[in-house]
Design a protein around this ligand. Structure first.
Ligand code: G3P
Length: 221
């Protein structure tokens, strides 16, 4: 399972990339608004940190032709390569755009996915990733983890070369559950990443090792 960072905060991205095995960054208009930076400023800053890792940038247009033009414009403006994924919401226009953007040679992440059928249709249209929103599903009384699991099963059953990128996580248990259900990738906030690796017993174990070992570890390094 791939881990991606779901943030447009440069300090967070810097730290996450420095410490954890992150394979890319996902952005969206809301995350951009939180960063308070314009697209033209933030994307080069992120790219400089990313090296050859993936970047997923969402288009804002509503019509498929405009989505295609927008996706191409970002590719050229930011001089993006095959690590660029165009995030397209799975509206009717979006589904059409997925096909068009793929035909134009770019990668696609279908986003704002809430059902197994939206995911299947996006995959059939050519999406490389589909992003189901786990916590937003949980918040409307649906089962986010089950939706992810259904989509994974569907892609396997129909031998579709599309990966599931779980998104919108608000607790560790949701990430734990989707990872056990074969989710191919997750995109997580800075806070969730820190919660994932934190354990008081680990901290206590390390503190005890330090206390016990100090008198005996006598080789300088
Ligand atoms: O990647 C999509 C994600 O950012 C949505 O998450 O937390 O706004 O539900 P959230």
């Amino acid at each position: 399972m791939k881990y991606l960072a779901d943030t447009a905060n440069i300090d967070e991205i810097k730290e996450l990339l420095n410490y954890l095995p992150i394979e890319g960054v996902t952005t969206n208009p809301t995350l951009l608004a939180h960063s308070k930076k314009k697209l033209s400023q933030i994307i080069p800053e992120i790219l400089q940190l990313l090296g050859d890792k993936m970047i997923h940038i969402q288009v804002m247009s509503e019509k498929s032709e405009d989505m295609l033009r927008e996706a191409k414009r970002y590719r050229d403006y930011f001089q993006l390569n095959e690590k660029y994924f165009v995030k397209i919401p799975v509206t009717k226009e979006g589904i059409r755009a997925i096909k068009m953007v793929k035909e134009a040679g770019m990668n696609v992440t279908a986003t704002a996915v809430f059902t197994q059928q939206q995911a299947l249709i996006a995959a059939k249209a050519g999406a490389d990733f589909v992003a189901p929103y786990v916590n937003r599903l949980d918040n409307i009384g649906a089962q986010g983890v089950n939706v992810v699991s259904d989509i994974v099963k569907t892609f396997t059953l129909h031998s579709l070369p599309c990966n599931v990128l779980g998104a919108s996580f608000k607790n560790v248990n949701q990430v734990y559950q989707v990872s056990l259900n074969g989710c191919h990738a997750v995109t997580l906030s800075y806070e969730i990443f820190n919660l994932l690796i934190k354990h008081p017993m680990t901290d206590k174990g390390v503190a005890d090792f330090t206390k016990d070992g100090i008198p005996y570890y006598d080789i300088q390094f």
